[in-house]
Ligand binder design. Structure first.
Ligand SMILES: Cc1ncc(COP(=O)(O)O)c(C=O)c1O
Length: 387
């Protein structure tokens, strides 16, 4: 058929050589998926079952990332979401309905709490909170309509390591599902499904991305039944993840092992260094006995990561804590972690439900810089407490 040049822009007859073979996974973008004939058109979300139908449900790039995260978490299948918070929302919306009750630890990631307190309550779901160090005692706060129990171990900022198997045992007896935010361990250092968890999520934004340049999340199901429960909601919430970001995450994954090992070693060294400082009251690093739940970390985890907190002595004021953070040169001030750059953030907790660290708590993320340089940076910033 003869074609005008404007048609050729869209329906080209140009050729490229075949047979390209490289170490890099191809990047597949696309919203429209083509069907071979009219009768084959289909818009089911489960691309594993019916083949590719629509870019919203994943291109081969999205599904490659999902499959690799799933392999590491030893799950059945994984959904990729536009961010970690999107993964949290997917779990809530897929597993809860009006009249249900959800339990969350006091140490849960802040926006997860805000979603439960705000949107979920508006939709008729009750939310209440339990002390993160509760094991079997969590039974006392169960209600007849408790359907989902969240865990996040260690907890955000205050770092309590949870007795997930004990919580799961109680939850299962009450017919409730255990959901875990497994971002801290990157799905590697805590084998969630072997410890009784029913569904996991991670912010891939952190370690899997690894370079502070993308936002993605994952939700992993251990079996076909949970996968089906999540899938329909995932479709209707429009959880589209950019294949470009997935491609970056696939690249990040290749260096995950060396990055995780380095940040584990360096963060532990920085934590030990802080433990010796007279200005510091406690170091909340799961691999140190001063961290609440340390014994559980020893029992259930196979490693630690780059994120921990420490608490200044009572005599240190809020202004001094902020001056310390401001005086750091290598540690930058910013949210989100898991990249190559070390970060520091001062927090202010005045809830009666959390340990009374007040404004003396600082969270550090240790990146890939030389660990002696990081210690020197902290030492010079601690000088600001004296001057
Ligand atoms: C423990 C935890 N879960 C979830 C999230 C949310 O991830 P995202 O920033 O990709 O939405 C974060 C982000 O800080 C986090 O720290």
């Amino acid at each position: 058929m003869k074609k005008d040049w404007t048609t050729k822009l869209i329906h080209s007859d140009s050729q490229v050589p075949e047979g390209f073979s490289s170490l890099v996974s191809p990047l597949y973008r696309g919203s429209t998926v083509l069907f071979p004939q009219a009768a084959a058109a289909n818009d089911h979300w489960n691309q594993h079952e019916v083949g590719y139908t629509y870019g919203l449900y994943g291109t081969p790039t999205t599904l490659e990332l999902a499959a690799k995260v799933c392999e590491l978490e030893k799950g059945f299948r994984t959904f990729i979401t536009p961010g970690g918070q999107g993964a949290i929302a997917l779990i809530h919306f897929a597993l809860l309905k009006a009249g249900d009750h959800v339990l969350l630890p006091e140490s849960i990631y802040g926006p997860n709490r805000m979603l439960a307190n705000g949107v979920l309550r508006r939709f008729g779901v009750e939310a209440s909170y339990y002390p993160p160090l509760a094991g079997r005692e969590i039974e006392t706060v169960f209600r007849a309509n408790t359907r989902v129990v969240w865990c996040e171990s260690p907890g955000s900022i205050t770092m309590e390591v949870q007795d997930v198997p004990a919580i799961a045992e109680v939850a299962h007896r009450h017919g409730a599902i255990v959901a875990l935010d497994n971002t801290w361990s990157s799905g590697i250092y805590f084998d969630a499904f072997a410890h009784g968890v029913d569904v996991t999520m991670q912010a891939l934004t952190k370690y899997i991305g690894g370079h502070s340049d993308l936002l993605l999340g994952s939700v992993t199901a251990p079996d076909a039944a949970m996968y089906e429960r999540l899938g329909a909601t995932c479709q209707l919430l429009g959880c589209a993840a950019s294949p470009d970001d997935c491609s970056l995450a696939l690249r990040g994954m290749k260096t995950l092992a060396v990055r995780l090992k380095t940040v584990e070693r360096s963060a532990y060294a920085v934590a030990q260094f802080l433990q010796e400082r007279s200005e510091v009251e406690a170091v909340l690093h799961p691999a140190l006995p001063s961290c609440p739940g340390h014994e559980i970390w020893k029992r259930d985890f196979t490693g630690s990561s780059g994120l921990f907190s420490f608490v200044f002595h009572q005599r240190v004021t809020r202004e001094q804590v902020q001056a310390f953070v401001d005086a750091l040169k290598l540690f930058k001030i910013g949210y989100s972690w898991g990249g190559v750059t070390s970060l520091a953030m001062a927090y202010d907790f005045h809830s009666p439900k959390r340990p009374s660290y007040g404004s003396r708590i600082v969270r550090l993320y240790v990146g890939l810089e030389d660990v002696d340089d990081l210690k020197t940076d902290i030492s010079q910033a601690l000088q600001s407490l004296i001057s």
